[in-house]
Design a protein around this ligand. Structure first.
Ligand code: G6P
Length: 598
């Protein structure tokens, strides 16, 4: 959510910043902007919407050697050019990722002192506060430190100023920020994630909360000792579309590969092993609590069925933003698992901090190594999905689910609650998962054809039972995210307690009807809807005569294999509906890939 970059050095500053922002654009694309500085002047370019609009505007004939940039997901103030970062005072610019919670009171007091504000953002107070302190003391470093002390909330900041024009001031609190020494002499770079830095820098500091400093071409001064240098991976794994129309499509198609990676070294001949933590962690644990947001929450809900079933451990799942403020009763007999593709989602990160502070053992299941959650949790398990660029999450979900399934089995083995036959059946099914994620051309074609018929109506219900209920939630979320159509995921057996009142031919029911789990139960639920004239699209390996439309999946002998095959069908269906509606599949309106504000 919002991406920031900074550069000091002798290469073309605007190009480095724009390339860096391109890598971060998935974090927000309401607007983008850069500020460029040399000893004489500051120039700023801002544009509404995607980065390409900014690129068209940036035409410089000047050698700048310092710059900062920002790509925005609006929090305070509408997406307008005035609200776009960088924000300007009289002689300084700032870019910010996060939310300044006490901005109103700061703004009022600065306005009383005569400061003029032009935007509706919280960010603008930072630059005015800085200038107000700097005007008092004429010491930019002190003014920056005093500014930070006044701010409350989450804020990663880069600030440049004509009063000290060879430097970038930086601070991290809440939202991620990395500082790097560039590969060329006299280069310093900043970015919200490591993707913009790969290829340009080797030595980086992943800043901890509360750490800031000031950088020039020759030195990087940190305000505290709480930092350490590490090495950035050198392989530049920029995700490319590789011939696919969208990143989302590519990411759907690569699920069978990344899931294979996720199982590597973990799925053995006769057992599951994880190097990252020992199964004995479950010793004395009475409950597993999972916390996550969005699609990761759906992976957690799916896992709750698997943890109870396979490891016979009570499991509850909470939406991180709810968990944080419910004054939860935390017991050290609880194993706390957070799930997050990015490892940066603010609510999940804060929930994790609460749990570790309360002394709970914790595991972070993340896709991004070195992300904030991996640094807070006792143990990190990586999902190995590779860079996911589509804002609508696909391969992150399949890898999360398969890793959680393996974890459930790992604990089950340890607790000796499963027969050898059961363990073997599960291991066998796990080996088949990559196959069930291979996109079947016939199903893809079918979803393209079906997409024409589902563009109207008054809404969609995705229904399923057991693990197919979280899958229904995920199917509905995908459709909402990229097609902007109203969709709900619902437990099939619950439809008769209210939602069935909505049934008519313009209500589209997407029914998940697995052969291996509660088939007769879901069939009755779908019959009830059909009897009330809802239009039914069933996804199942078994023909169902009441379906108006039908996506036929393979016959298998494990419900989780059906789960993954249906997942692909749902992802494709939502993508094709979005394409048909002419929407931006990879960067849907109002969303951001990584939500680093609460
Ligand atoms: C955003 C994304 C979702 C994602 C959610 C949680 O809302 O658009 O796709 O599921 O954040 O993100 P995380 O990185 O914590 O999995």
């Amino acid at each position: 959510m919002c991406g920031i970059v900074g550069y000091i050095g002798n290469r073309k500053t605007e190009e480095i910043l724009l390339d860096g922002l391109k890598e971060l654009e998935y974090r927000g694309y309401d607007s983008a902007g850069i500020a460029l500085l040399d000893n004489e002047k500051i120039d700023v370019f801002k544009a509404l919407g995607k980065l390409k609009n900014l690129k068209e505007k940036v035409n410089t004939y000047h050698d700048y050697n310092i710059g900062i940039g920002h790509t925005r997901w609006a929090t305070h103030g509408k997406p307008t050019e005035l609200n776009a970062h960088p924000h300007l005072g009289e002689y300084s610019y700032v870019v910010h990722n996060g939310i300044i919670e006490n901005y109103k009171e700061i703004k009022e007091s600065l306005q009383e002192q005569g400061h003029k504000f032009v935007s509706q953002t919280d960010t603008e107070v930072i630059v005015h506060l800085f200038e107000s302190f700097n005007n008092e003391s004429n010491d930019a470093k002190e003014a920056f430190q005093r500014t930070i002390e006044k701010l409350e909330g989450a804020f990663s900041i880069l600030l440049i100023s004509k009063c000290d024009p060879s430097k970038i001031f930086f601070f991290k609190h809440g939202s991620p920020l990395i500082v790097a020494r560039g590969n060329e002499e006299g280069e310093v770079l900043f970015a919200s994630s490591d993707a913009p830095l790969i290829g340009l820098a080797n030595d980086v500091v992943y800043l901890e909360d509360g750490v800031g400093g000031v950088a020039s071409a020759t030195s990087i001064e940190f305000f505290s000792d709480n930092y350490s240098w590490s090495t950035l991976p050198t392989s530049k794994q920029y995700a490319q579309k590789d011939g696919f129309r969208f990143f989302m499509e590519k990411e759907i198609y690569e699920q069978h590969d990344v899931v294979t990676d996720a199982m590597l070294g973990r799925l053995g001949e006769n057992e599951i092993t994880f190097d990252e933590f020992d199964a004995s962690i479950i010793e004395g644990i009475e409950e597993i609590k999972i916390c996550a947001c969005g699609t990761s929450y759906h992976a957690g809900l799916t896992a709750s069925y698997l943890f109870e079933r396979l490891s016979q451990t009570r499991c509850s799942v909470e939406i991180a933003s709810e968990f944080r403020y419910k004054e939860p009763l935390l017991s050290d007999k609880t194993l706390f698992i957070v799930i997050s593709q990015s490892g940066e989602t603010a609510d999940t990160l804060e929930a994790l901090k609460m749990a570790t502070k309360a002394g709970l053992k914790s595991i972070a299941l993340c896709n991004v190594d070195n992300s904030s959650m991996t640094r807070v949790a006792n143990h990190t398990v990586l999902t190995r999905a590779g860079i996911e660029k589509g804002v609508a999450s696909t391969k992150a979900f399949s890898t999360q689910t398969v890793v959680l399934w393996m974890m459930a089995l790992y604990f089950g083995q340890y607790k000796q609650v499963l027969s050898n036959e059961k363990i073997n059946d599960e291991l066998h099914a796990l080996r088949e998962v990559p196959k069930s994620l291979i996109v079947d051309d016939k199903i893809h074609e079918k979803t393209k054809r079906l997409s024409k018929r589902y563009l109207h109506g008054h809404g969609f219900f995705f229904i399923g039972r057991d693990v197919f209920f979280p899958l229904a939630l995920e199917g509905a979320l995908k459709l909402k995210e990229i097609s902007y159509l109203h969709a709900e995921g619902y437990p099939a057996g619950e439809m008769k307690h209210g939602p069935i009142a909505l049934a008519d031919p313009e209500l589209f029911t997407i029914a998940l009807m697995p052969q291996n789990l509660l088939y007769d139960k879901i069939k009755s639920n779908v019959e009830e809807l059909s009897a009330r004239d809802s239009t039914i699209c069933s996804i199942s390996p078994l023909d169902f005569e009441l379906s108006d439309d039908f996506i036929k999946t393979q016959k298998t002998n494990h419900y989780m294999l059906e789960f993954f095959e249906m997942l692909v069908a749902l992802q494709l269906l939502s993508m094709e509906i979005s394409v048909r509606l002419g929407n931006d599949v990879d960067m849907p309106r109002n969303l951001a890939k990584s939500v680093t504000v609460e």
